[in-house]
Write a protein that binds this ligand. Structure first.
Ligand code: AMP
Length: 283
């Protein structure tokens, strides 16, 4: 199963990709992470892209296409992947189609995570991560339980992305709207595009994404983002799918927490009494 997650910076693509990676046995391919690793390693590529990234602009198509093409060719990508942060331009989307077609592959799902721009600046400019294990936190919404100590691994070191400041975030959002949003119609025309409400809670977003990946209907959410076009092309694809699809049952089970509202409390009590009497007689 090969998936693209689309959405503006801060929509939660990375967070959700990590969850789907675990749940479906896929590999997350984040061009942002790859480029940051190149910058951190001091490689030639890193040197070329550092200033562009710090300015909140998009790295040239050719560089990113080359990066992702090499990454997709690695063996672990064969179990299926979740693209996070790629494609970001129509040229990248077309290049992706071509590189997949060359391998006899096609995308299974393209999912847009819809979010409200106004909240994104706040979301992004407050976020930071544990330098040791990568756990994510936020200055206001999600602080570590003990200040300065990572909940997950106990580390005392945290990092903030240099491009996670209000000014750069606005530029990244502008880049999304002018260069990335135009690829939505490209995928819609192919019958591949679906969307989820990225403003919902993390678990709800994961559930909505899972419903799509499991082949169920997207949540009929009150938000305008709810259910969208069902992809018509989920049929013919190579091997990796079977293993991913085996996990399709939980979504329905999870969709049943509707059981909770149990207004039948009184009748239940009434029924329980005779049962207790019976058990007493046995004892
Ligand atoms: P992200 O972590 O996805 O928010 O990406 C961080 C930065 O990396 C972006 O603001 C761009 O400068 C660069 N970048 C990541 N992915 C791409 C891409 N597909 N095309 C161009 N630039 C990218």
């Amino acid at each position: 199963m090969d998936i693209v997650l689309l959405g503006p910076p801060g929509a939660g693509k990375g967070t959700q990709a990590k969850r789907l990676e675990d749940k479906y046995g896929l590999v997350q391919l984040s061009t942002g992470d790859m480029l940051r690793a190149a910058v951190a390693s001091g490689s030639e590529l890193g040197g070329k892209v550092r200033a562009i990234m710090d300015a909140g602009e998009l790295v040239p198509d050719d560089l990113v296409i080359q990066l992702i093409s090499e990454r997709i060719a690695r063996p672990d990508a064969r179990k299926g992947f979740i693209l996070d942060g790629f494609p970001r331009t129509t040229k990248q989307a077309e290049a992706l189609d071509k590189m997949l077609a060359d391998k006899g592959l096609k995308l299974d799902h393209v999912i847009e995570m819809k979010v409200d721009d106004a909240q994104l600046v706040d979301r992004i400019s407050g976020r930071f991560t544990c330098a040791t294990c990568g756990a994510g936190y936020h200055d206001r919404n999600h602080k570590p339980k003990v200040e300065g100590v990572c909940d997950r691994c106990g580390s005392h070191q945290f990092v903030r992305r240099p491009d996670d400041n209000a000014e750069t975030v606005k530029k990244r959002l502008a880049a999304y709207h002018s260069q990335t949003a135009p690829i939505l119609p490209y995928y819609r025309a192919k019958g591949l595009l679906q969307s989820v409400d990225g403003m919902a809670g993390i678990n709800d977003v994961t559930a909505a994404l899972s419903r799509i990946l499991d082949g169920g209907a997207a949540r009929p959410a009150p938000s305008p983002a709810g259910a969208v076009v069902r992809p018509a092309k989920r049929a013919a694809k190579p091997a990796a799918r079977a293993s991913a699809r085996t996990k399709s049952k939980p979504a329905r089970a999870k969709a049943k927490p509707v059981r909770k509202p149990a207004p039948k409390a009184r009748p239940k009590r009434a029924k329980k009494r005779p049962i207790k009497r019976r058990s007493k007689t046995k004892v």
